[in-house]
Write a protein that binds this ligand. Sequence first.
Ligand code: HEM
Length: 397
Amino acid sequence: MSSDSGPYWDPFDREIAADPYPVYQRMRAEAPLYYNDRHEFYALTHWDDVDRSFTDWQTFSSSRGPILEIIKSDIEIPPGTLLMEDPPIHDLHRSLLSRVFTPRRIASLEPEIREFCERGLRELADRDSFEVMTEFANDVPMRVIGMLLGIPEQDQVAVRARADAKLRTKPGEAMQVSKRALTDTDLFADYIDWRAKNPSNDLMTELLRAEFVDENGVTRTLTRHEILTYVTVLAGAGNETTARLIGWLVAVLDRHPDQRKELVADPSLIPNAIEETLRYEPTGHAIARYVARDIELYGETVPTGSAMMLIVASANRDEKRWPDGDRFDIHRTISQHLTFAIGTHYCLGAALARLEGKIALEGILQHFPTWEVDWDNAALSCTSTMRGWETLPISVG
Ligand code: HEM
């Protein structure tokens, strides 16, 4: 438990967010079961605890959402939103999405992603400086979701702007949650009707055709609303997370120029550098769960109805699991980190995010073997769920 002199962690506090790692270290040492009485939530920070809790969905339920503000609001969770469900219904919905969101489909996007990144970076190549997020990183995942779903290019910018706006919070404030925000599937509404009349080989077409046995044992295809819910979850889960990963690659390698040099000389090291960046600077620091039954932890009872934050960014640097975890090392052996979670809700887009990160970094290093971040004008993003660069100006050359 936290005491007056103990560590204080608040996911809405921008000063703490600037460098939360020392606080996480104190929480691991002094308050392995942390309680924040201002916002009334518990938190776990050790690798073993976070890892174990992700797989114990009977205790740590997703049925009220994975975000603290959503759990705290008594909002009714709309059905069919994968991230906000527990087994068995979750598994039914997930298996249907995995049937169409296959490794083969993801791999087939590679040439198109490469072409898009190359085009974007070539346009920046004659400049002395540019802003990484708005001039490159934010566009990549948005276009990739568009490619996946077959959305016409001119509509893709609007889709990202709306998805991001839903997550934005003012400094120090929690996100305002409304049922409307959770059920807003209008983003793709026009597109699905057009796609139904113009089938192609994209994921949306396959979702329109997919037959499955529903929870009542009826074999059927998905309703229009169910499909819209799926694609809204995909877009929401895949856009900002992946854009922030690209931002972190640029930021972290600026601070480790020797390792950047190694990557330029030997691009085969890039996949492990992506893994290490995911471990070292996860785009989402904490994932929330609703405590569905009393649980004893560190001699205390965490009561049913509590909110629990699983701090993956702390687990990823836990000294018991990671020797010298605060050191960034592209040669580190990484069998598993928790940035994509684990267990029931393990990120369905992990392979796609890795592919996007790899293609983006290969292109960046090829066009700009060195760069310098203008730290005075860089700004961290303003959301309670994501930690990453909103603005990241660099000079190149
Ligand atoms: C660096 C990029 C990404 C990160 C860090 C990330 C992280 C995560 C995490 C932590 C979860 C589990 C949340 C929980 O346990 O409550 C998750 C789930 C999910 N992610 Fe990702 N993600 C990324 C990219 C993507 C992409 C590109 C897509 C697809 C386009 C995607 C689709 C999903 C979906 C559909 C789920 C829900 C899975 C389920 O509930 O069973 N993610 N992601």
